[in-house]
Design a protein around this ligand. Structure first.
Ligand code: NAD
Ligand code: UFG
Length: 332
């Protein structure tokens, strides 16, 4: 079975390629390297001892995509390619709508033409907005608060409409919670340019003395210690969820949506303290104002993914903190 992975050089894509290869799939990556580096392909090959076919192309480039589908007999697609920074999407909405929607529409048109109708799509828990209760189940009302989130919701709608029009499609929409951690090898992981927006990349840079201190955005939330609570999931567990989703779309037609999280909520302070403990490093921090748009707490019900995908996250928060730091130590 040959899987086309769009955005396969990125953070979640690269870990998923490793799991696909380990599970015996052939992997073809298409990535324009707008937020990743080409050497990731070699690293995936080093970890797995298997070869990857790589196309440095933009998924919005229909001709290039047509050529890939002509050259390769693709059985199914995992679609990661897209921009993902919430704050940037507020400042550059057109760039986000153009890239995320155009890449998806182009991909779906080319897939249709080549009668390849099996796709796994990266959505996000951001589509739940500020949930009224917890844990979040897949049938909760959907509401977005920024252009990035809106692209995810629009793509979910496009995929649902596509299935209504053509029942030959098999579609799995995966709503990720907060992926952190890295592959044990320390070869692949998350390494954002500049000052990170997300919690774990920021903590890691503080621990590494590249940044002075962490700013914790508010300690007056309605949570156990006042700091924001999220459902952090190890990226390797998340990658394994994609293997289950691919198995499902290969087997069954239909469109379905699944939360991929652990079902556990951890506060910012719990993450900081765990990180310090397991890595034996200091992480100085100060409490500052709340960040606009942040919510008190967010964690998944994972019951549907457990039941229908036969998938469950296994790695604990200690492991997530250890592996995040291990990657940065390897890549100083
Ligand atoms: P990433 O930026 O590390 O990976 C995305 C990859 O897509 C990059 O390698 C980038 O170069 C590539 N890309 C972007 N636009 C492209 C285009 N038009 N053509 C070809 N390649 C293109 O991001 P990630 O964290 O691995 O996220 C993967 C997917 O999961 C994204 O769709 C993201 O929105 C979604 N997601 C991520 C998170 C998270 O916290 N990381 C949470 C929820 C959902
Ligand atoms: N936080 C800090 N200081 C920082 C960064 C974050 O205190 O420097 C706090 C936030 O206030 C929040 C928690 O850490 O309480 C997590 O924040 P992140 O920015 O790491 O993650 P978010 O939950 O805000 O958002 C992430 C992605 C979104 C995605 C969402 C759900 O950035 O794209 O998870 O999957 F939609």
């Amino acid at each position: 079975m040959k899987i086309l992975v769009t955005g396969g050089c990125g953070y979640i894509g690269s870990h998923t390629c490793v799991e696909l290869l380990d599970a015996g799939y052939e992997v073809v990556i298409v990535d324009n390297l707008s937020n990743s580096k080409k050497d990731v392909v070699k690293k995936i090959e080093k970890i797995t001892g298997k070869e990857v076919t790589f196309y440095e192309k933009d998924v919005c480039d229909k001709k290039a995509l047509e050529k890939i589908f002509e050259e390769q007999k693709i059985d199914a697609v995992i679609h990661f390619a897209g921009f993902k920074a919430v704050g940037e999407s507020v400042n550059k909405p057109l760039m986000y709508y153009r890239n995320n929607l155009d890449s998806t529409l182009t991909l779906l048109e080319v897939m249709s033409k080549h009668n390849c109708k099996k796709i796994v799509f990266s959505s996000s828990a951001t589509v739940y907005g500020n949930p009224e209760k917890l844990p979040i189940t897949e049938d909760f009302p959907l509401h977005t608060t920024n252009p990035y989130g809106s692209t995810k919701l629009m793509i979910e709608m496009i995929l649902n409409d596509l299935y209504i029009s053509d029942k030959d499609w098999s579609i799995a929409i995966l709503r990720y919670f907060n992926p952190i951690g890295a592959h044990k090898s320390g070869l692949i992981g998350e390494n954002p340019n500049g000052i990170p927006n997300n919690l774990m990349p920021y903590i890691v840079k503080v621990a590494n003395k590249e940044l002075k201190e962490l700013s914790i955005f508010g300690n007056d939330y309605n949570t156990k210690d006042g700091t924001g609570v999220r459902d952090y999931i190890h990226v390797v567990d998340l990658a394994k969820g994609h293997i289950k989703a691919i198995e499902k779309v290969i087997k069954d037609k239909g469109v379905d949506t699944y939360n991929l999280g652990t079902g556990n909520g951890y506060s910012v302070l719990e993450i900081v303290n765990t990180f310090k403990k397991v890595n034996g490093v200091d992480v100085p921090y100060k409490i500052v104002e709340r960040r606009k748009g942040d919510i008190d707490a967010c964690y998944a019900s994972t019951e549907k993914a457990n039941r229908l995908l036969n998938w469950k996250a296994e790695l604990e928060i200690d492991e997530m903190c250890k592996d995040s730091y291990n990657f940065v130590k390897h890549n100083k």
